[in-house]
Write a protein that binds this ligand. Structure first.
Ligand code: NDP
Ligand code: 8X3
Length: 254
């Protein structure tokens, strides 16, 4: 029987690349997100290309009861989840603290923090009885430093860092691995979403350097999940060569 990975936010970016990577290595994949068309088309691609099984769960991670209901009602053949990748997340806006939209703040906190908590608590009852499992949380360099106009996005990613450390401690007796991966700038739909679909501004974010790609992160996520049972990567910060941390990014002059 194939191992099973559950990936949140698989309709684009890191999540989509992770679904392709894990399935290429023989995993059956549960792919979740809000955009059903994207997920159905990814399911087809995986089934054709990688020949593993795919279950689509249309799910908004902010909706507590929907999250628990979706996981509790998984068919028996999908309940043996080995790896949970808590990837769904977003930044909304790049504004000074006194000017940022309160609605943006609520959405970021509800998705990046509460969504990750709900998913983890919903999936854990499937892992605990086996004393086996791996939770991989996608943080950010913004989990490590705070930058101008990053206020609440950075706060949510600092929370992901703290939650990952706390989970690791409390889950030790259950032999469940917890890994936090903290990527720097990567070209996905992240900036398009953050900048409210201003394509020109989103493109500018990645000009003058070679950013990480979604595949770079998927390879790293898979690597952390493919180590022997007694080995756990607790956390990994990964940036492209042009970036030193959340605020030092060297752009080639135009
Ligand atoms: P994308 O915008 O390409 O993907 C984000 C994914 O999250 C989408 O699949 C989206 O699916 C999903 N998502 C967003 N909100 C929800 C929600 N409420 N419920 C369920 N799914 C949701 O961005 P990335 O792939 O870059 O981002 C993935 C993660 O990586 C995020 O947590 C982000 O903060 C983090 N990150 C990104 C970096 C970057 O530079 N790109 C760097 C560091 C961290 P849908 O819209 O279909 O629901
Ligand atoms: C995404 C990378 O630099 O916008 O977490 O914070 S950054």
């Amino acid at each position: 029987m194939n191992k099973i990975v559950c990936i949140t936010g698989a309709s684009s970016g890191f999540g989509e690349a992770c679904a392709l990577k894990f399935s290429s290595q023989g995993y059956d994949v549960i792919i979740t997100g809000r955009r059903s068309e994207r997920l159905e088309s990814l399911k087809k691609r995986i089934e054709e290309k990688n020949k593993t099984k795919v279950l689509v769960l249309i799910l908004d991670v902010r909706k507590k009861s929907a999250v628990f209901q979706a996981i509790e009602s998984l068919p028996p053949e999908w309940r043996n989840i080995e790896v949970l990748v808590n990837n769904a997340g977003l930044a909304l806006g790049r504004d000074n603290f006194d000017e940022a939209s309160l609605e943006d703040w609520d959405i970021m906190i509800d998705t990046n923090v509460k969504g990750l908590l709900y998913m983890s608590r919903a999936v854990l009852p499937l892992m605990l009885p086996q004393n086996r499992g791996h939770i991989i949380n996608i943080g950010s360099t913004a989990a490590k430093e705070v930058y101008q106009k990053g206020n609440v996005y950075c706060a949510t990613k600092h929370a992901v860092d703290a939650i990952s450390q706390a989970m690791r401690i409390d889950l030790l007796p259950h032999k469940i691995k917890v890994t936090a991966i903290h990527p720097g700038a990567a070209e996905t739909e992240f900036s398009l979403v953050r900048l409210k679909h201003n394509e020109k501004e989103a493109k500018k974010v990645y000009e003058g350097f070679i950013p990480l790609s979604a595949n770079d992160i998927a390879d790293i996520v898979f690597f952390t999940a493919s180590l022997p049972p007694h080995v756990c990567i607790n956390e990994l910060e990964v940036t492209c060569l042009a970036q030193a941390n959340a605020f030092y990014l060297f752009k080639d002059p135009a």
